[in-house]
Design a protein around this ligand. Structure first.
Ligand SMILES: O=C(O)[C@]1(O)C=C(c2cccc(Sc3ccccc3)c2)[C@@H](O)[C@H](O)C1
Length: 150
């Protein structure tokens, strides 16, 4: 049994409440509940956290290494385009991660096209709404289970 950590960045706590045309009407609680259920169906555990504070996300990433977290799924939200610090934390703990965005950042403002995470991620999923998280979870489980076979 493995544990997968889902990290949501700033303002995602407002998801489903405003701007549904861009980010959808699903709330973060809905997403986390769906992912938790799907992980358990595959025999794995899921932990989820949302923070508007860069340092809290960094601290959670550090703690993940001490807890034996096997994989991280992260939507850095606005930190996608600014945070070398979170990038460095992910590299520092050496836990594989997938970058997820609800919207297709490449169809939006130019400043959203650049990510500090994509080149060091296992993969990037964007533009598929809440389903992107579910696809990332399936990929994480596949990664973990393939490692177990090696
Ligand atoms: O598409 C995403 O998931 C993204 O990571 C999410 C972002 C984001 C930005 C502002 C608010 C929210 S969440 C939200 C949605 C609707 C109303 C209020 C907040 C997400 C952007 O900062 C990123 O560029 C893209």
């Amino acid at each position: 049994m493995a544990t997968i950590l889902v990290l949501h960045g700033p303002n995602l706590n407002l998801l489903g409440k405003r701007e549904p045309t861009i980010y959808g009407s699903t709330t973060l609680d809905d997403i986390n509940q769906t992912l938790t259920t799907q992980a358990l169906e595959h025999g794995h555990h899921l932990q989820a956290m949302q923070s508007n504070a860069e340092y809290e996300l960094i601290d959670r990433i550090h703690d993940a290494a001490n807890e034996g977290i096997h994989f991280i799924i992260i939507n850095p939200a606005a930190f996608t385009h600014t945070s070398v610090a979170i990038r460095d934390a992910l590299l520092g703990v050496n836990i594989p991660f997938i970058e997820v965005h609800l919207s297709n950042i490449h169809q939006r403002e130019t400043f959203r096209h650049q990510s500090y995470f994509s080149d060091v991620a296992q993969g990037v999923i964007c533009g598929l709404g809440a389903q992107g998280y579910e696809l990332a979870l399936l990929a994480a489980i596949r990664h973990i289970e393939n490692l177990a076979l090696d």
